[in-house]
Ligand binder design. Structure first.
Ligand code: FAD
Ligand code: DHB
Length: 389
């Protein structure tokens, strides 16, 4: 079998790249280890930057997003039981949009299949056999197959096989001493906007998926077992952490999804080796506090789709050669912002009094200084692509 671009992984990065290439008349095949239902059901990110929304709209996959998403003109930061609203639109002229990652993935899969795209779910033993003349081997329905291509894209997430094929890879890593317990709840959001809450018992986050579904997260120990968190414990902890002087009330409901996410910062460089390119979580991970992971995956594949277009239609190699440098510039900005949001809003398990006071001082500064709030808003809503970041 032969195609122009072989893509490993049908997450947001792999699917969107395949679609953006198709729009330019470039062929690809997507190889995904998991079944379609599993990929579509995986509950993850919820916040889309304006650039991500624009990219999806421009690519013609924004119809359901426009109908069902929830625009956020601001966000709330709660600490010392007081709530401070950051008016994103007022500060930087753009907001963010709540729309579940699995909805983006569903929309992209439906569109690829409608357009006759080749997305193969449930394939096993995917290997990059050769990078000189790129070849991927895999097993489908028990039979060995090969895919010859001009380029291989490793969009197979943090636990994928692609990153291991880049010789001399340097990686930067930090593991945080906490994790997030995330739940989906059948209940209307308790506030129309996202609330990031720093509390002496630990971080908590209020978000949503629709007018009927609330998304909530709690800081827990890094090695925590979800079984230790029965519903009544989750609710009593959430009520304590969200308490504010204005009498905020958290609406309870049936919990229908519960999972624990470890938190790490990870950046691998370079993101290219010959004709292999890494995109999204395969190359970098941020802790979820800044809501950047999926947005970075989208930014990577925008660059790649343009660079591949330049190669096929303009005989240009320069855009491909510049990929690592361009992508990493944005990645490092988001890595810093996510680390900063994370350490400022979470309780350090050491309980170090100095860390606590420094974080509280920083939050008070954001709440009182327009320039500080603007810097947060610029990063949170995503730096415009044309700004060079
Ligand atoms: P993935 O989504 O991981 O996709 C990789 C795909 O490759 C998977 O489908 C996997 O099954 C497949 N695969 C793996 N190995 C192989 C193999 N060997 N062969 C074939 N296929 C393979 N980001 C945001 O932008 N905003 C947020 O609000 C946000 N919140 C988050 C909250 C939580 C709780 C979590 C866990 C993450 C959050 N993120 C957020 C991060 C975001 O979900 C990821 O950054 C995003 O999924 C990255 O997309 P990707 O396509 O690079 O990787
Ligand atoms: C959500 C996830 C995040 O990581 C975040 O910072 C805000 C909201 C969410 O899942 O809705």
């Amino acid at each position: 079998m032969r195609t122009q671009v072989g893509i490993i992984g049908a997450g947001p990065a792999g699917l969107l790249l395949s679609h953006l290439l198709h729009l330019q008349g470039i062929e690809s095949v997507v190889l995904e280890a998991r079944p379609r239902e599993y990929v579509q059901g995986r509950v993850r990110a919820g916040i889309l930057e304006q650039g991500t929304v624009d990219t999806l709209r421009e690519a013609g996959v924004g119809k359901r997003l426009d109908a069902e998403s929830i625009f956020q003109a601001g966000l709330n930061i709660r600490f010392g039981e007081r709530t401070h609203r950051i008016d994103l639109v007022d500060l930087v002229g753009r907001g963010v949009t709540v729309y579940g990652q699995q909805e983006v993935v569903k929309d992209l899969i439906a569109r690829r299949l409608d357009d006759g795209g080749d997305v193969r779910f449930g394939v096993a033993d995917v290997r990059i056999e050769n990078l000189g003349t790129p070849r991927i081997s895999f097993v489908e329905n028990g039979a060995g197959e090969t895919l010859d291509c001009d380029f291989v894209i490793g969009a197979d997430g943090f636990h994928g096989i692609s990153r291991g094929q880049v010789p001399g890879l340097v990686h930067y890593e930090h593991t945080y001493p906490y994790a997030w317990l995330g739940i989906l709840v059948e209940a209307p959001p308790s506030d129309p906007e996202v609330i990031y809450c720093r509390h002496e018992r630990g971080f908590a986050l209020h978000s949503m998926r629709s007018e009927r579904v609330t998304r909530l997260y709690l800081q827990v120990d890094p090695d925590e077992d979800v079984a230790n968190w029965p519903e009544d414990r989750i609710w009593s902890e959430l009520h304590l952490r969200f308490t504010d002087v204005d009498g905020f009330e958290l609406t309870e409901g049936r919990i229908f999804d519960k999972s624990i996410t470890p938190m790490r910062s990870f950046v691998a460089a370079p993101m290219q080796h010959g004709r292999l390119f890494l995109a999204g979580d395969a190359a970098h991970i941020v802790p979820p506090t800044g809501a950047k992971g999926m947005n970075l995956a989208v930014a990577d594949v925008r660059l790649l789709s343009r660079a591949l277009g330049g190669f096929y239609y303009g005989n240009r190699e320069d855009l491909l050669a510049a990929y690592t440098e361009k992508a990493l510039k944005r990645v490092w900005r988001a890595t810093h912002f996510s680390w900063w949001m994370t350490t400022t809003l979470h309780k350090a398990p050491s309980g170090a009094a100095i860390e606590q006071q420094l974080a509280l001082s920083q939050l008070a500064f954001i709440a009182s200084s327009r320039s500080q709030a603007t810097a947060l808003a610029e990063n949170y809503t995503g730096l415009p692509y044309e700004s060079g970041w």
